[in-house]
Write a protein that binds this ligand. Structure first.
Ligand SMILES: C[S@@+](CC[C@H](N)C(=O)[O-])C[C@H]1O[C@@H](n2cnc3c(N)ncnc32)[C@H](O)[C@@H]1O
Length: 345
C-alpha cells in the first residue's frame, strides 16, 4: 500500500469534491458511485440486538437515507448532473467512471453522462443480476437486474484488463475432445457466415482449399505445435485446451456475482449494500495497485473495503452518519482502520 492516507468524508459529496479539488484534481483513476436511484423509498439499517440467553434477538431499524424527491425527476437529475460534473474534474485522463443505477433513471442519467463525458467515451452498459427472486408483478415483469454505466474520460487512453469467471456446466460443454495433453474445444480457422465475403482470398493448405482466417505461416506453426485438429472429412480447426485459459471471459452480462443476503458473511444490515466481489471486479479491471479509487455515495463502505483488499488507495464520502460509522467499523474489521483519516465537512 502506498503512503497516501485514505479518506472518509462525512457530508454532501458536492462539498466533499470542492474540498478535494485543489489537491486531487485529475488524480483519481476510477470513480464508482451507487447513488440514490429515484426509487421513492426510505432506506434503513437493520441491526440485531438483545441476544440474552434463551431470548431471540430483536431487530432495530435505523433510518439511513431517503430516496424521495419533492421536486420530482427534474430535481433528482439536476442533483446528479452537478455531482457528475464535479466528479469528472477529479478523474485522470486514463480514468473511468462507473455509475450503478436501475430501471428508474439509468436511461436519463445516461443522456446526462453523454453530455458531460461525451457519447464517444461511453464504454459499456453492464447488466448485473442483483436478485434470484424478483417480486411478482400484476403488470409486466419483475425486475431482476441493475445497470452499471461505464464511461472513460478519454476512450482511446482507457485500458481494462480481461476478467474471467469460473467455468460452469454450460461453458464446459464445448470442451468435449481429449488428447494426451488434456481436454480441448475446437476453434474455427476458416471464415464463417458473414466473414466469408467474396473479397476474402481462399488458398490451399494441407490438401484443403478454404477462406482461412490466418496466414499459411501461422497455420504451419500451429501444425508443428500439434494444436491443429483434423476432422474425418479433413476439415481443420484449432484446439483450445481447457488448462490454457483462466476461465470464461466476462462480458457485459454479470450473472455470476450473487447479491448480499441475510445469510451472507458480509451482510451488514445496510439495505442497499453491494457485494465486495462486484466492486473487486470493477476496480481490478480498470486500475492498478496504488491508484486512487473514489466513491462519493459510499453507504456501508463496500468500495473502500474492496479497494483496500487489492491495494488501491481510496476516498469515500457519505451524508449519513449511520453509513459513515458502519463503513468505519467494516474497515476496522479488516484491520484497515489505521490507514485512513475521517473529515467531517
Ligand atoms: C445506494 S447507497 C450506497 C450503497 C453502497 N454501494 C454499499 O455497498 O453499501 C447510497 C448512499 O448515498 C448516500 N447519499 C445520498 N445523497 C448523498 C450526497 N449528496 N452525498 C453523499 N452521499 C449521499 C446515502 O446516504 C447512501 O448511503
Amino acid at each position: 500500500m502506498s503512503s497516501l492516507r485514505n479518506l472518509i468524508l462525512h457530508g454532501d459529496c458536492l462539498d466533499a469534491m470542492k474540498h478535494l479539488q485543489s489537491n486531487l484534481e485529475e488524480k483519481l483513476q476510477l470513480i464508482y458511485i451507487d447513488p440514490p436511484y429515484f426509487s421513492g423509498t426510505d432506506y434503513s439499517l437493520k441491526k440485531k440486538r438483545g441476544s440474552k440467553k434463551n431470548q431471540a434477538p430483536h431487530l432495530i431499524e435505523e433510518h439511513t437515507y431517503s430516496d424521495k424527491w419533492k421536486g420530482g425527476l427534474s430535481e433528482y437529475l439536476e442533483f446528479m448532473k452537478e455531482r457528475l460534473i464535479a466528479m469528472k474534474s477529479l478523474l485522470r485522463e486514463e480514468g473511468s467512471i462507473w455509475v450503478h443505477l436501475d430501471f428508474h433513471v439509468s436511461h436519463y442519467v445516461k443522456t446526462i453522462m453523454d453530455d458531460i463525458f461525451g457519447y464517444q467515451n461511453f464504454v459499456n452498459e453492464i447488466i448485473w443480476k442483483r436478485t434470484n427472486s424478483p417480486k411478482a408483478q400484476s403488470k409486466g415483469f419483475g425486475s431482476q437486474h441493475d445497470v452499471i454505466l461505464l464511461y472513460a474520460v478519454d476512450r482511446p487512453k482507457f485500458r481494462t484488463k480481461a476478467v474471467y469467471r469460473n467455468h460452469d456446466e454450460n461453458s464446459l460443454k464445448p470442451y468435449s475432445y481429449h488428447d494426451d495433453r488434456g481436454r480441448f474445444r475446437l476453434i474455427e480457422i476458416e471464415a464463417q457466415g458473414i466473414q466469408r465475403s467474396e473479397s476474402r482470398k481462399q488458398f490451399e493448405w494441407r490438401g484443403r482449399t478454404a477462406p482461412y482466417l490466418y496466414r499459411k505461416e501461422t497455420l504451419d506453426e500451429w501444425w508443428e505445435n500439434n494444436i491443429i485438429y483434423t476432422s474425418k472429412n479433413r476439415r481443420y480447426s484449432k484446439k483450445q485446451y481447457l488448462e490454457d485459459i483462466p476461465g470464461v471471459q466476462v462480458s457485459d452480462l454479470w450473472l455470476d456475482i450473487p447479491p448480499i443476503q441475510g445469510a451472507s458473511k458480509e451482510y451488514s444490515g445496510f439495505l442497499t449494500q453491494k457485494p465486495i466481489a462486484l466492486l473487486r471486479r470493477v476496480i481490478e479491471s480498470a486500475t492498478a495497485p496504488g491508484d486512487i479509487v473514489g466513491d462519493f455515495f459510499a453507504g456501508s463502505g463496500t468500495t473502500a473495503i474492496a479497494a483496500h483488499q487489492i491495494e488501491r488507495n481510496w476516498i469515500i464520502c457519505d451524508t449519513t452518519k449511520v453509513a459513515i460509522d458502519l463503513a468505519s467499523s467494516r474497515l476496522a474489521d479488516i484491520d484497515a482502520d489505521d490507514s485512513f483519516d475521517t473529515i467531517v465537512l
